[in-house]
Design a protein around this ligand. Structure first.
Ligand SMILES: Nc1ncnc2c1ncn2[C@@H]1O[C@H](COP(=O)(O)OP(=O)(O)OP(=O)(O)O)[C@@H](O)[C@H]1O
Ligand SMILES: [Mg+2]
Length: 405
C-alpha cells in the first residue's frame, strides 16, 4: 500500500463483493476516500463454491477502489461471518506485572492472549477475541482496567471461531487476488458496533443483516454480543419466488423486484407493467399489487426463521430495543412492517451515512473498516501467530504514535 495511513476493508457477499478505503486522519479518525463494488458469482448462501470466480470479484472490487483513490492497495481487513462461525465465551487470568501493581496496557494484552488459550477442536480456528469485561482482584464488571491497582487481572472474553477449511478458502481467494490479509474481522461484532446506538446495545437489540443469500442475526445486550446466527434466507429467494410465480428469467425477476416489489399490499402501489413470460409469444400485463402474493410469504418465512433464532438465543420475546435491519434486502418496501408484525417489536432500517451513498448493502463493509481502525491489536493476535502478521496494525499504531508522541 503506497500510503501508510490507508486502510481497506473487504466484504465478500453472496451477491456483491465490496472494498472500502479509508484514510486515517491525524487524530486517528477515519475518512472514506474510495469504494469498489463487483458482482459475486462464486458464492452460495455466504459460502465460497468457486475460487476463481470469487478471486475475480475481489480483484474487480479492489481495482475499482484503487482507481478511485489513485493508489495501489496491497492489503485488506477481511469481514467474516456466516454459518461457519461460532461464539465461545472464555476467561483469561494473569498476575499484574510492574512494581507498583498498576494494570498496564501490556497486562491487558497478556490477559486477552491468555483468554485465547483454550481447547478448540483442530477443525476450527480463532478469528477474533472480544474482551467483554475485566475483573481486578475480584472486582467485576470493569470496562477499562488500565491504571487500576491490583495483583490479579482476569478477563471475560468472547472467542469467535470459524471452520478452518472455510477460513482457508477465503484466505486463498484474497491472497490469489494479490492481497495480504491484515486481519479478519467478525461481522457479528463490527456491524452492530456501527449500526446500533449505544442505548440499543445496552438495552438489548437484534441486528439483522439481510443480504442476497443469508440473514445474519446478532443480538446485543449490556453492550455484549450474546448470540450470532446465520439464517440461509435472503433477497435471492424472493427473486427466485418471483421468477417462478411470474414465469420469467431470474434476471428479469430481479429487475421487477427492484422496480415494483413490495412485501405488503399497502406499500405496493398500483403500477402496471409488461412482462415476457418464458415460452409465451405475447407480453403479459401485471399489476404491481399482484407481486405481493409471491413476495410476502417468503418474507414472512424469513422472519419466522429469525424469530426461531431469537428464541434459541433465549429471547421468547424480542429484546426491548427491537430489531435493526440492514443489508441490501432490507430496502424492500414493506419489509419492516412484516418484521414488526411477525415479531411484535419496533423495527428500523440502518443506512450507513459515512460513505456518501446511504445504501444499507454497504453497512457490513463500512463497519469492518471502522472496526479495524479502532481495533486493539491483541484481538487479532491469533492471525499473527498463524503466520499472518498484523503488520498493518503496527503501521496504524506507529502512524498514530507519530502524532501523539
Ligand atoms: N432496493 C432494493 N429493494 C429490494 N431488494 C434489494 C434492493 N437492493 C438490493 N436488494 C437485494 O439485496 C440483496 C443483496 O444484498 P447485499 O448486497 O447486502 O448481499 P450480499 O452481502 O452480497 O450477500 P450475503 O450477505 O447474503 O452474503 C439482493 O437479493 C438484492 O436483490
Ligand atoms: Mg452481506
Amino acid at each position: 500500500m503506497a500510503k501508510s495511513n490507508l486502510i481497506c476493508s473487504l466484504d465478500i457477499g453472496t451477491t456483491n463483493t465490496r472494498a472500502i478505503v479509508g484514510e486515517l486522519d491525524r487524530d486517528g479518525s477515519l475518512s472514506i476516500i474510495g469504494i469498489g463494488q463487483s458482482k459475486s458469482t462464486g458464492l452460495k448462501k455466504g459460502i465460497i463454491i468457486d475460487i476463481e470466480a470469487t478471486v475475480r470479484g475481489i480483484t474487480d472490487a479492489v481495482s475499482q477502489a484503487e482507481r478511485m483513490i489513485g493508489e495501489n492497495l496491497d492489503s485488506v481487513f477481511l469481514g467474516v461471518g456466516g454459518p461457519q462461525t461460532a461464539l465461545l465465551p472464555n476467561k483469561g487470568v494473569v498476575a499484574v506485572q510492574g512494581e507498583q501493581r498498576e494494570v498496564s496496557a501490556n497486562d491487558v494484552d497478556r490477559v486477552i492472549a491468555a483468554a485465547q488459550v483454550l481447547a478448540i477442536p483442530p477443525e476450527r480456528e480463532v478469528i477474533n477475541v472480544s474482551p467483554l469485561s475485566y475483573i481486578v482482584d475480584g472486582y467485576e464488571g470493569i470496562k477499562d482496567p488500565v491504571g487500576m491497582i491490583g495483583v490479579r487481572l482476569e478477563a471475560d472474553a468472547l472467542i469467535v471461531t470459524g471452520k478452518a477449511t472455510y477460513l482457508q478458502n477465503i484466505r486463498r481467494c484474497v491472497e490469489r487476488a494479490g492481497l495480504e490479509i491484515n486481519g479478519m474481522i467478525f461481522k457479528g461484532l463490527s456491524t452492530p458496533a456501527l449500526a446500533l446506538s449505544a442505548d440499543e446495545r445496552e438495552l438489548g437489540c437484534a441486528l439483522v443483516d439481510i443480504g442476497g443469500g443469508v440473514a445474519e442475526v446478532s443480538v446485543y445486550m449490556h453492550d455484549t454480543l450474546l448470540s450470532f446466527a446465520s439464517v440461509p434466507q435472503g433477497g435471492d429467494l424472493v427473486t427466485q419466488d418471483l421468477a417462478h410465480g411470474l414465469r420469467v428469467p431470474i434476471s428479469q425477476a430481479e429487475q421487477i423486484k427492484l422496480l415494483y416489489g413490495a412485501a405488503t399490499a399497502e406499500k405496493s402501489g398500483n403500477t402496471t407493467f409488461k412482462i415476457e413470460t418464458v415460452g409465451a409469444t405475447q407480453a403479459t400485463e401485471v399489476d404491481s399489487a399482484e407481486l405481493v402474493q409471491y413476495i410476502q410469504p417468503r418474507v414472512e418465512e424469513t422472519f419466522d426463521c429469525i424469530r426461531n433464532e431469537l428464541i434459541k438465543a433465549g429471547f421468547d420475546k424480542p429484546p426491548a430495543g427491537g430489531l435493526v435491519l440492514t443489508g441490501g434486502a432490507s430496502q424492500l418496501p414493506g419489509l419492516t412492517d412484516v418484521a414488526a408484525k411477525k415479531l411484535g417489536a419496533n423495527v428500523r432500517v440502518y443506512r450507513p451515512r459515512q460513505i456518501g451513498v446511504t445504501d444499507p448493502s454497504f453497512t457490513a463493509s463500512t463497519a469492518v473498516l471502522f472496526f479495524a481502525s479502532r481495533v486493539n491489536p491483541a484481538i487479532l493476535q491469533k492471525q499473527a501467530r498463524s503466520g499472518k502478521s498484523p503488520r498493518f496494525i503496527e503501521r496504524i499504531k506507529s502512524f498514530i504514535a507519530e502524532f501523539f508522541g
